[in-house]
Write a protein that binds this ligand. Structure first.
Ligand code: ADP
Ligand code: ZN
Ligand code: MG
Length: 477
């Protein structure tokens, strides 16, 4: 029996606001337990929530960037459940009237176009954290409510994904978009971005979906892919052996690469959702959505497409150059003053390598974009060879000097002077009778070795094209 996986993701993203969603406490990560709390986020009876306007703008920004329809009126609701780190006994979320619905993202996975629908985006508060370690007593669990009330959006996808790789690509895409628009810091390790994966399998050809399992809180792209792959294989094997899948929540253990059961899934009605009586309906101001839309920067995938169009770059180059906004901006500055493909080669090659080797941010690169463009022009005009240019670039990086200064001082200008070159060529022809004979006998490739010898004699300062032409003329004469 052959099975087709069906996957839908629920992504929780922390909104990068200065204060929590319903109070004035900071949502900053890493403070000593319970130091960023107040009666509202501690869930004291009678304390009233006040909605953070910036959280609303950031939720709208995310919704627009993901192609959703933003609703002028939405509603907060209580999601009731008991948990030690949820002091109110309910979480304020949105239920049947979320802030946005009906978006999609377009991905390319292994060369194939994949469109993933986004069912809804809703706003909610985060819960606190239970600390099972570090209390000094293995029998005690500590409660840290610093995270309680952190503003989140939950982005729910349609069950449109069909492979683990596509699911990882989707989650990566969501991260890139949210980071690019300044809505999320993209930090999976600190939990500012978390993903639950819903996975089911069905026999190929069957229209109805199989029973799904939810894998909770996967905190890396690689683990997400591994967890889903494991789950697909596990479910397929169970069904192939005549068993059935039970709807449940599972956890992924990175050490063993397996998922294991955590609890059977609560039904939605267990939460006894009802409209939050302490908050009015969320009614957006006239023009609010347009204002947020106008403030959105260019999105990573739009920039990638523009790099291909505007600069005529291969999709691969465009992908590499747009992975980081600052790198993309640097490239654009170089390409404004030098041929685009050469600019791309230099930025993807030498520049990114240097940044990585020396652990430097592009903003601190000792070779500013204008200087790199100047160097590239020297190569493009034939003033220096590309081999010499690499040398000059190294020197620019260390000394901070401009390319022409280094070229002049080191005498790296290409030997364009024919008579000087002809002398070197004569020397090389005399010293390599075998290669010469082989060329004359019809093995034209033999000329390559001779070009190499001349380049060596000129310490790489000759223009190899010119050397090649002159050598050919001499040999054919
Ligand atoms: P629940 O009520 O259990 O939370 P939802 O209908 O809200 O389920 O869906 C939650 C997530 O699970 C969504 O991302 C959705 O796309 C996905 N999903 C729903 N049904 C399936 C299925 N049969 N297989 C895989 N994913 C599914
Ligand atoms: Zn507070
Ligand atoms: Mg759900």
């Amino acid at each position: 029996m052959h099975f087709e996986p069906v996957i839908g993701l629920e992504v929780h993203a922390q909104l990068q606001t200065r204060t929590k969603i319903f109070c004035g406490c900071t949502p900053a990560f890493g403070a000593p337990p319970n130091t960023h709390t107040c009666p509202v986020c501690l869930g004291m009876p009678g304390a009233l929530p006040v909605l953070n306007a910036d959280a609303v703008d950031k939720a709208i920004a995310a919704a627009l960037a993901l192609g959703c329809t933003v609703h002028e009126v939405s509603e907060f609701a209580r999601k009731n459940y008991f948990y030690p780190d949820l002091p109110k006994g309910y979480q304020i979320s949105q239920f049947d009237r979320p802030i946005a619905t009906g978006g999609h993202v377009d991905l390319e996975v292994d060369g194939e176009a994949v469109r993933v629908g986004i069912t809804r985006i809703h706003m909610e508060e985060d819960a606190g954290k239970s600390l099972h370690e570090g209390t000094g007593d293995p029998n005690l669990t500590g409660i840290d409510l610093n995270r309680a009330g952190t503003p989140l959006i939950e982005i729910v996808s349609e069950p449109d994904l069909r492979t683990a790789a596509a699911a990882a690509a989707y989650f990566t895409h969501i991260r890139d978009v949210l980071v690019a628009i300044g809505v999320n810091d993209g930090n999976l390790e600190e939990g500012s971005l978390r993903c639950d994966a819903n996975v089911s399998v069905r026999p190929v050809g069957q229209a109805a979906f199989g029973t799904k399992v939810e894998i909770k809180n996967v905190n890396s792209f690689r683990f997400l892919q591994k967890a889903i792959e494991y789950e697909i294989a596990r479910q397929s094997a169970v069904i192939a052996e005549g068993g059935t899948i039970t709807q449940e929540t599972r956890l992924f253990d990175p050490d063993s690469g397996r998922t294991f059961s955590m609890r059977s899934k609560e039904e939605a009605h267990d939460y006894r959702y009802f409209p939050e009586p302490d908050l009015p309906l969320l009614v957006l101001a006239p023009g609010q959505v347009d204002r947020v839309r106008a403030s959105l920067p260019e999105l990573p995938h739009a920039r990638r497409a523009r790099f291909v169009d505007q600069y005529g770059l291969p999709a691969y180059d465009a992908g590499v150059l747009t992975q980081d906004v600052a790198v993309a901006a640097y490239f654009e500055q170089v390409a404004a003053a030098a041929p685009a493909k050469l600019a791309s080669n230099w930025v993807m090659g030498e520049v990114l390598r240097k940044l990585k080797d020396e652990n430097v941010a592009i903003g601190d690169a000792p070779v500013p974009a204008g200087r790199l463009a100047e160097l590239i022009r020297l190569v493009d005009e034939g003033t220096i060879s590309s081999a010499a240019a690499k040398q000059v670039f190294e020197a620019m990086w260390t000394s901070g000097e401009a390319a022409p200064v280094i070229v002049e001082r080191e005498g790296l200008k290409q030997v364009g002077d024919e008579s000087a070159l002809l002398a070197h060529i004569a020397t090389v022809i005399a010293a390599n009778p075998d290669a010469v004979a082989s060329y004359k006998a019809g093995r034209v490739q033999a000329i390559g070795a001779l070009v190499g010898q001349v380049m060596k004699l000129t310490r790489g300062t000759a223009n190899p094209k010119v050397v090649h032409a002159l050598l050919q003329r001499q040999l054919d004469a």
